[in-house]
Write a protein that binds this ligand. Structure first.
Ligand code: DPM
Length: 323
């Protein structure tokens, strides 16, 4: 693809979803770029995606092929936008022809958290009563929490973070608690609603969780140069390892696959797991190596888990979801 030659005064157009979280993230990106490039101007273009429109169907049933990204991608390919800001975990591991992952921003806390109804404020996941109802539409959270807390019941919940909190707090009780990403709550200024941060030993986070992924046209040097200002090296290594692990397992974001990564100096450690929906089988392992081998480590770990039964679990889940 040929790079677009344009006058420096041309405004850079940033595509985003319209949810409150998406806007907070996009405005953060725009403000950092304004600081780094005071001579350039930036325009935010708000778009709706399929994921914003279909709110009543379980995420796992819709599939993951760019649910939250497609309309933004079409915008870039048609030249109506220059780059798109996504939660990295919502960005598929295979991008459409002509687009690329331009940069990954510094990761915030990638953990999941329990948010609960006021009346449960002295309870935790361990001490909530038998049958307490936990809202999540993430099969990853469901499978891991079911594995460690078989006394809990899980129920689907959809909608933006604001909608979910409203559902949790509704006068007529539908959920005792819900599981959300720490990063999303913090970005929206709702840190005080985080009741319990779930440790990685219990819930491995989603691939890319807690970081932003910026997608742009493949080889668009002007945009890639700007995005360098936002790129975070350690997070990029971690994202490469996590995303290649997921890609190799052929799992979209809607299957129970979780990860954890640690970078120490030149060393990267990648832990990954695949769980069955009933939470009974849970296959987990860890690999480590040089950061420059991040992608290869993702592939190696995927194959290691496949050899231990992950393939059978994933095939079962795909058959289950398609029903
Ligand atoms: C994806 C999942 C969820 C979002 C599935 C998963 C959570 C869905 C749910 C792929 N995208 O995590 O296993 O629990 O019903 C999403 C959130 C953020 C990005 C909100 C959240 C914010 C945090 C971040 C939705 N995508 O997970 O609480 O930047 O990672």
């Amino acid at each position: 693809m040929t790079a677009t030659i344009s006058s420096p005064s041309r405004p850079i157009r940033i595509a985003t979803r319209k949810s409150q979280l998406a806007l907070v993230q996009t405005h953060w990106v725009r403000d950092r770029l304004k600081e780094a490039f005071p001579d350039r101007s930036f325009e935010v273009q708000e778009m709706s995606t399929q994921g914003d429109k279909i709110l009543d169907v379980a995420l796992s049933k819709i599939g993951d092929k760019g649910l939250f990204t497609k309309e933004l991608e079409v915008g870039m390919l048609e030249g109506r936008a220059d780059f798109a800001v996504h939660s990295l975990k919502d960005l598929p591991t295979r991008l459409p022809e002509g687009l690329m992952l331009g940069c990954v921003t510094e990761r915030e806390n990638p953990a999941d958290a329990l948010v609960i109804r006021e009346e449960n404020k002295d309870k935790t996941l361990e001490t909530l009563p038998e049958g307490a109802i936990i809202g999540t539409s993430s099969l990853r959270r469901l499978a891991q929490l079911r594995h460690y807390f078989p006394h809990l019941t899980f129920k689907d919940i959809r909608g933006n973070l604001n909608t979910r909190l409203a559902k949790l707090d509704a006068e007529e009780k539908e959920y005792d608690g819900i599981i959300l990403a720490v990063a999303g709550m913090e970005r929206l200024g709702w840190r005080d609603r985080i009741h319990q941060v779930i440790p990685a030993e219990i819930s491995l986070h989603a691939v890319g969780q807690g970081a932003l992924g910026i997608e742009c046209r493949d080889g668009d040097e002007e945009i890639l140069n700007l995005l360098q200002a936002l790129s975070h090296q350690d997070t990029t290594y971690r994202a490469l390892a996590e995303r290649s692990f997921l890609r190799e397992l052929e799992g979209g974001c809607q299957v129970p696959i979780g990860v954890n990564t640690v970078v120490e100096g030149d060393n990267l450690t990648l832990t990954g797991m695949v769980a069955a929906l009933d939470g009974k089988r849970l296959i987990k392992d860890t690999v480590s190596g040089n950061v420059n081998d991040a992608e290869k480590m993702g592939i190696d770990l995927a194959n290691l888990l496949k050899g231990k039964g992950a393939k059978e679990i994933l095939d079962e889940i795909f058959a289950e979801i398609q029903r």
